[in-house]
Design a protein. Structure first.
Length: 75
């Protein structure tokens, strides 16, 4: 079942990128690079969440990063 979700996510992202790619003008190189980069990052995150649904979110990362600073400032 997880591999089906993996394939489904991949197909959806590929279709979105193709659809948007065809709508862009050929001289929009930076926009195309941004589209591909953000799509790949989003796909990687989606695939990670398929296989590891209990991954901590970005707010938990920020909290653990700044918790010592908060304790230092309270004293």
């Amino acid at each position: 079942m997880k591999w089906g979700m993996f394939a489904g996510n991949s197909i959806i992202v590929i279709l979105i990128v193709l659809f948007e790619w065809l709508k862009m003008k050929p001289n929009q190189k930076k926009e195309r690079a941004a589209l591909v980069t953000l799509s790949v990052l989003g796909l990687l995150l989606a695939q990670l969440l398929v296989f590891f649904p209990d991954l901590p979110g970005p707010t938990q990362f920020i909290d653990s990063l700044f918790r010592p600073l908060g304790k230092l400032l309270e004293e």
